[in-house]
Design a protein around this ligand. Structure first.
Ligand SMILES: [Zn+2]
Length: 150
């Protein structure tokens, strides 16, 4: 029987394994808060300091964010998503309505740039929120910080 007062319980089959008895950091809520660029812990503090710079900690609940590691992940996801969305639309626009080539190129360049600027910080917020929710990279209290500034 799991002890509900403690977040961690030992596995009865393998006592070396520690499992969570309840999810105190639900992934879905954290991802939605990350999409809104809010703190995954409280949901109200702003996660970003600038366009893409993540704050060291939440200004309201003081949850630390400096553990995050996303590197090129948000940019890669943004490129993949926009490429898979815009390439078929560009082909459809080129084959079916057949507008002027310059007009088509300008519309798709502006649309791609605008969509990239909209999605990139949101993907970054979701990646930081996922790391927080799954207790990755020091978010769970275990330090795997190598001392390198992020
Ligand atoms: Zn917060």
């Amino acid at each position: 029987m799991l002890d509900k007062t403690n977040y961690f319980d030992l596995d009865p089959v393998d006592p070396c394994l520690v499992r969570l008895s309840e999810d105190d950091r639900p992934l879905r809520a954290a991802l939605l808060r990350g999409w809104r660029l809010r703190c995954p812990n409280c949901g109200t503090g702003r996660m970003m300091e600038g366009f893409l710079k993540v704050r060291a900690a939440c200004p309201l609940c003081h949850e630390a964010f400096y553990h995050h590691r996303d590197d090129e992940g948000p940019a890669l996801v943004t490129i993949l998503m926009i490429g898979h969305l815009m390439a078929p639309l560009f082909l459809y626009g080129f084959l079916s309505p057949r507008p002027d080539a310059f007009l088509l190129a300008m519309v798709f360049c502006a649309g791609t740039a605008a969509l990239s600027l909209f999605l990139l910080p949101r993907w970054k917020g979701m990646m930081v929120a996922r790391q927080w929710s799954r207790r990755m990279h020091g978010f769970g209290g275990n330090s795997d910080d190598d001392g390198q500034p992020r």
